[in-house]
Design a protein around this ligand. Structure first.
Ligand SMILES: Cc1cc2nc3c(=O)[nH]c(=O)nc-3n(C[C@H](O)[C@H](O)[C@H](O)COP(=O)(O)OP(=O)(O)OC[C@H]3O[C@@H](n4cnc5c(N)ncnc54)[C@H](O)[C@@H]3O)c2cc1C
Length: 327
């Protein structure tokens, strides 16, 4: 019997695979390994060199090249993927649950006549059935769904699988081919990547971060967060709602639409732990969360946690740290 195919569409930026690409490969590898299925990793690029010798957890890496694939362009990607996926006829296509994955899932679903399962944190197979666990309502609810037969397209939540399993100790078969479809006439053209200006603290370089979530309740409480961060020798960062209310500049936002950080200590104060936020801080060395809600999803990623009122804790903690430092 010909083994079933799992296709991973690998995201990349600046000549590097993104974390979610490796996590998606880890998911495909775990699923395929137990079932004897075959994993193909698709990488769409202009220059194949940085990707040719990667020890990815796939049976085959197929690198498709074209000048139009240098930066992510949903129109170009969709055109190439529809062509390739019709040829490969996989059982499962895995993408990240990211803006890239979301841009592609709709057109691929229509073009291939396949259902999309979004927000997946786990993918399993039982006989012919593919089973998916998805996060809903910012991680507070889980949904189970199944695709009984035929192709399924799944969007995997960042952080759901260990990205280290996405790499093995050998380079798989690597094929490089030019785009099988012409990409000169696209309805959408990528112009440039606009990076934020770094006029403020660079939170990606600070070893201790005090993260202010909506639980801090008002702009006035930013000062207390700043005092705590100063006592610890760190800086304040924030969730999106705090930035949206202009309590802190956009350069301090952590998460999917902000910065990705890996500090030695991430002290999350009044942060619920929505997947979009966790994506940007989950690899911190030590995560300590303070939240009055014992069911807040931040406690799923925290190493230590306290269900206390941060507004009572922060001034006392700041004074204790200052005293310990002899200030
Ligand atoms: C496409 C997209 C991209 C996004 N990108 C990002 C992103 O980059 N970064 C990001 O952060 N979010 C992002 N979001 C938003 C994200 O989904 C969440 O809405 C957001 O992270 C929630 O922020 P929060 O934890 O501060 O607020 P909330 O979810 O409102 O949580 C506040 C928490 O504070 C706790 N609390 C309240 N009072 C106290 C108290 N006195 N003491 C202790 N705890 C208290 C509450 O129990 C609650 O858990 C994005 C959303 C989308 C759809």
């Amino acid at each position: 019997m010909i083994p079933r195919e799992v296709v991973v569409v690998a995201e990349h930026m600046a000549a590097e695979l993104s974390d979610v690409a490796l996590e998606t490969l880890a998911c495909a590898h775990e699923l395929a390994f137990s079932l004897g299925w075959h994993v193909t990793c698709l990488i769409l690029v202009d220059d194949p060199k940085p990707f040719q010798a990667l020890p990815l957890a796939s049976d085959r890496t197929l690198i498709v090249t074209d000048p139009a694939l240098g930066s992510f362009n949903p129109a170009a990607y969709t055109r190439v993927l529809l062509h390739l996926l019709k040829d490969l006829s996989p059982r499962l296509v895995l993408l990240g649950n990211t803006s890239v994955g979301m841009d592609l899932a709709g057109p691929l679903s229509i073009g291939l006549g396949a259902p999309v399962v979004s927000g997946c944190t786990r993918v399993r197979a039982e006989g012919e059935r593919l089973l998916f666990t998805s996060k809903l309502c910012g991680g507070k609810l889980l949904a189970q769904s199944e695709v009984r037969d035929g192709l399924a397209i799944a969007l995997l939540m960042p952080g759901s699988y260990n990205r280290e399993i996405g790499m093995l100790d050998r380079v798989p078969r690597v094929d490089v081919q030019a785009s099988p479809v012409p990409l000169e006439t696209l309805p959408l053209r990528f112009l440039e990547l606009v990076e934020p200006k770094m006029e403020d603290v660079d939170v990606t370089k600070v070893p201790i971060l005090v993260a202010a979530g909506r639980g801090i309740q008002s702009r006035e409480n930013i000062e207390a967060m700043e005092s705590l961060a100063k006592a610890l020798g760190g800086a304040v960062c924030a969730t999106r709602p705090v930035v949206d209310q202009r309590w802190l500049p956009r350069t301090r936002q952590i998460g999917r639409s902000g910065m990705t950080v890996k500090p030695r200590l991430y002290l999350a104060l009044g942060v619920s732990g929505a997947p979009e936020h966790v994506e940007g801080m989950k690899d911190s060395e030590l995560i300590v969360a303070v939240n009055t809600d014992p069911d807040a999803p931040i406690f799923d990623v925290a190493h230590y946690g306290a269900t206390v009122d941060l507004l009572e804790l922060v001034p006392v903690l700041t004074e204790r740290i200052k005293a310990l430092r002899g200030e």
